[in-house]
Design a protein around this ligand. Structure first.
Ligand code: CA
Length: 377
């Protein structure tokens, strides 16, 4: 059996309602998917995180290396791509293209062997995974605190007992927003905040101290991912756990994050940091350093399913009779690329997702709908 085709597809959806966060505005979701097909017709799907046209170019760059190879050799194929990119792209978007291909190869491997990806990763520790709702972005509204509080309450009513909101507008507004959300959801729900590296160390320290009374489960990307020392310094001065890593790549990048004691929770994106092959290694390394791992997940049901299978498998640093519960990010913002183009849509029950039993990732792209979302050259 040989790889016979690698096809990238850029898909896009114009949002009904735009939203923003500390770095930029979203009025459209655009994602690069990849389909890898074998000479017997079996195929797998992957996706890359980041600017889709560049991910597509990256996939086309790697394609000639892989055509004709056996599809089961995920680590060997990973190494071929890694060595071809090392001189130019030790971090960054070419690794998103590598990641997209790697995820598609795992889906393909599962379909060839008739096994779910989580089983092929070494087995399932968990049959279902607790998720947290990602939402509470900024929108044009008369009262931001009220709007965010209403959205938070909606997630609670849907059964989520953990959720994450954006901060990073400015410290004073953030405090007001966090207070309103905590007031709305009550004390029993886990609440996380995410600044998308908006702040200096001084600002992040001020915000962390001010929101400590609101029982914040983690403060995500408080400062620039380049400021490793600021991460570790912030950890020294707040009781709130610090999360980060969605802008970090490969096990080599995460090694630095761990050695410098930057984070309590590491957040590699499977579709950017090196695919399932590499994030499995990063997960093992996180556990070796005693750091929790909750992958960053943003995109379609392919990215979410890849995260679900990995999280079902990973070791956790906490060890006791009632094992520490793994957690998965579930973006709840408007995205038909996640809920309609990829089927079945992942639908949590009481905030939990069942790990699919179907071969591969357990989701497929609706190819009849693909044309409607495709961006033409
Ligand atoms: Ca984030």
């Amino acid at each position: 059996m040989k790889i016979s085709a690698i096809e990238p597809f850029v898909v896009s959806h114009k949002l009904q309602r735009e939203f923003y966060f500390s770095q930029w505005r979203y009025d459209t979701r655009t994602i690069c998917l990849v389909k890898i097909t074998c000479d017997n017709g079996t195929f797998g799907w992957g996706e890359g995180y980041g600017p889709a046209e560049i991910v597509k170019a990256g996939i086309e760059f790697f394609r000639p290396l892989l055509i004709g190879h056996g599809p089961l050799e995920t680590e060997n194929l990973w190494q071929l791509m890694y060595l071809r990119s090392l001189d130019y792209a030790r971090r960054g978007i070419l690794l998103s293209a590598l990641s997209a291909i790697d995820v598609a190869l795992w889906d393909l491997k599962g379909k060839i062997l008739g096994q779910p990806v989580s089983v092929l990763l070494g087995g399932r520790r968990r049959q279902s995974v607790r998720t947290y709702a990602t939402g509470m972005y900024f929108t044009e509204t008369e009262s931001m605190p009220e709007t965010l509080a209403a959205e938070a309450l909606g997630y609670k009513e849907q059964g989520f007992d953990a959720m994450k909101m954006k901060v990073g507008l400015n410290v004073e507004k953030d405090i007001e927003n966090v207070a309103a959300v905590r007031q709305a959801i009550g004390p029993g729900i886990d609440l996380m905040i995410d600044a998308n590296h908006a702040y200096s160390l001084t600002e992040a320290t001020k915000l962390a101290r001010a929101v400590e009374p609101y029982r914040i489960s983690w403060f995500e990307e408080p400062v620039s991912p380049e400021y490793y020392a600021s991460y570790s310094q912030l950890r020294e001065t707040t009781s709130i756990p610090i999360a980060g890593g969605e802008c970090e790549y490969l096990r080599f990048g995460f090694l630095r994050l761990f050695q410098q004691q930057c984070v309590d929770i590491a957040q590699p994106d499977i579709c950017a940091a090196g695919g399932l092959t590499e994030v499995k290694r990063i997960a093992d390394m996180a556990c070796t350093f005693g750091v929790d791992l909750v992958p960053h997940t943003w995109g379609t049901g392919i990215a979410a399913s890849a995260a679900l299978h990995l999280i079902a498998n990973i070791d956790m640093p906490g060890s006791r009779l009632n094992e520490a519960e793994a957690l998965m990010e579930l973006d709840r913002t408007e995205n038909p690329l996640r809920d309609e183009l990829v089927q079945p849509a992942l639908s949590p029950h009481n905030g939990r997702l069942q790990v699919p039993n179907e071969p591969g990732l357990g989701v497929n792209v609706d190819e009849n709908a693909l044309g409607g979302y495709s961006v033409q050259d």
